[in-house]
Write a protein that binds this ligand. Structure first.
Ligand code: AMP
Length: 368
C-alpha cells in the first residue's frame, strides 16, 4: 500500500501486465508503420513513462515530441479554453500517433484532436495505455488500447494524484474505505475471546487479542514477553508504550484485512487515541465499540472456572482476578464514555449461552 497526500492506494496492475500490453501494442505499431515515419506525440505529464516504453520498442525511423494541454479561463467567457503548448514541429501532412496515458470520458482527446487538426494534421492515430470503456462517451475511435479498466481512480506509471505517484512502476487503485473495525469491550471474563472467535469467521475480520499476543510472546520468551510478564502476572496493565507498539505491528501484519476485532485493546484513553490516529493513517477508523456487560460476581466465578483449565496464572488466583476487574473499572471503563461521545458505543447483555450472546452482538453489527 502507498499513501499519497491524504489517501491510500493498493496495488492494482502489476508492471509485468503493463509491459506485456505495451509489447502487444508495439507489435501492431511496428506492423502498421513500415512505410511512413510517424511523429509520436506524448501528452505530458501523464504519458511520459508510457511514451518512453513505446518509443523504445518501435523499430523503424520515427520522430518524437511532447505536448501539454493547458486550460485557461478565456477573458470574454467563463468557459475553460484549452491550448496546446510545446509543439514545434510542422505537422501538416504528417502522421501523428498521440500517446496518452489514459482516456476516460474522451473530452481531452477530442480537444487535442481538434487542436491538431487546426494545425493542419489530417492523419491522427490515438494510442492509450489505459482506457475506461464504461465512461467513454465520444465518437472518436481509439486506434491502440493497452489495458481496459473499470471506472476507477488509478495512479502510478506516470499517472498522478495531485502531483504524486507518477514514479510508481505499477498501477495502484484507491483503497476502498469499507473496513469494519470493532472494539470488543468488557471486563475480564466477559467472553470477549469466545465471541471474537465466532464473529471473526462470520464477518471475515482479523481478531487481535492483546492478551493472546502477550501470552504468545511470554511463552516464546521474546523481548516483548519479558517486558510484559511482570505486569500481567499481577493483573496490572502493561505500559501503553509497549502495548501500542505491539498492537500497531499486529495491524500492519494484516494489510489486506477487511477489518479487525480488537479484543483487549484499547484499555486506556491513550491507547484509544493512538488507535484512532493509527487507523487514520490507513484511511480508516473504529466503526463501533461493542461491549459485553456482565456482573462482577459472575465474572469472578467464570474466571476461577476457566483458571482450572486455562493454565493462566492470572486466572488462578482470586485476588489477581479481583485486581483485574478493579483495574478495568479504574482505568478501562472510562473508554465507554470515549466511544459514547463519538456515538459508537453499543452495550450488549453478556449473560446467556454463547449462541444467544453471538446473536445479540450480530444484531448490533449488522446495523452498523
Ligand atoms: P486479557 O487476556 O485481555 O485478559 O489480558 C491479560 C493481561 O494482558 C491483562 O491483565 C494485562 O496485563 C495485559 N494486557 C492485555 N491487553 C492490554 C492492553 N490493551 N493494555 C495493557 N495491558 C494489556
Amino acid at each position: 500500500m502507498v499513501t499519497l497526500h491524504d489517501l491510500q492506494f493498493t496495488p492494482y496492475i502489476a508492471e509485468e501486465k503493463i509491459t506485456k500490453a505495451i509489447d502487444v501494442m508495439c507489435d501492431q505499431l511496428n506492423q502498421d508503420f513500415v512505410d511512413q515515419v510517424p511523429l509520436f506525440l506524448g501528452v505530458l505529464n501523464g504519458a511520459f513513462m508510457f511514451a518512453s516504453e513505446v518509443i523504445k520498442r518501435f523499430d523503424h525511423p520515427c520522430e518524437v515530441s511532447f505536448v501539454k494541454l493547458a486550460s485557461y479561463t478565456g477573458t470574454r467567457t467563463t468557459n475553460q479554453v484549452q491550448e496546446l503548448i510545446g509543439l514545434q514541429e510542422d505537422i501538416s501532412g504528417r502522421t501523428v500517433v498521440v500517446l496518452e496515458d489514459i482516456v476516460d470520458t474522451g473530452t481531452t482527446i477530442t480537444e487535442l484532436i481538434k487542436l491538431l487538426q487546426q494545425k493542419g494534421c489530417q492523419d491522427i492515430r490515438i494510442a492509450t495505455l489505459f482506457f475506461k470503456p464504461e465512461v467513454y462517451n465520444k465518437q472518436i475511435i481509439i486506434d491502440y488500447i493497452g489495458i481496459e479498466i473499470p471506472n476507477q481512480f488509478i495512479v502510478g506509471y506516470g499517472l498522478d494524484y495531485n502531483g504524486l505517484g507518477r514514479n510508481l512502476t505499477e498501477v495502484y487503485q484507491l483503497k476502498a474505505k469499507t473496513m469494519t473495525n470493532l472494539v470488543l469491550f468488557g471486563p475480564p471474563g466477559a467472553g470477549k475471546g469466545t465471541q471474537a472467535e465466532v464473529l471473526k469467521e462470520k464477518y471475515n475480520l482479523v481478531h487481535i487479542s492483546t492478551g493472546d499476543v502477550f501470552r504468545y510472546n511470554i511463552k516464546n520468551a521474546t523481548e516483548l514477553g519479558v517486558s510484559a510478564k511482570s505486569y500481567i502476572d499481577k493483573g496490572q496493565l502493561v505500559p501503553d508504550a509497549i502495548t501500542i507498539k505491539m498492537l500497531n505491528a499486529e495491524v500492519d501484519k494484516n494489510e489486506d484485512a477487511k477489518g479487525f476485532i480488537f479484543d483487549g485493546f484499547p484499555r486506556t484513553e491513550a491507547q484509544a487515541a493512538s488507535l484512532a490516529e493509527f487507523l487514520e493513517t490507513k484511511g480508516s477508523e473504529i466503526t463501533a465499540m461493542v461491549a459485553l456487560e456482565v456482573d462482577d460476581e459472575v465474572l469472578v466465578q467464570r474466571l476461577l472456572e476457566r483458571g482450572k483449565t486455562s493454565g493462566r496464572v492470572d486466572d488462578a488466583d482470586e485476588a489477581v482476578i479481583r485486581n483485574r476487574i478493579k483495574v478495568y473499572y479504574d482505568e478501562t471503563a472510562i473508554l465507554k464514555n470515549y466511544y459514547q461521545k463519538e456515538d459508537k458505543y453499543y452495550g450488549v447483555d453478556g449473560v446467556g449461552s454463547v449462541d444467544e450472546i453471538t446473536n445479540r452482538l450480530s444484531t448490533v453489527i449488522d446495523q452498523l
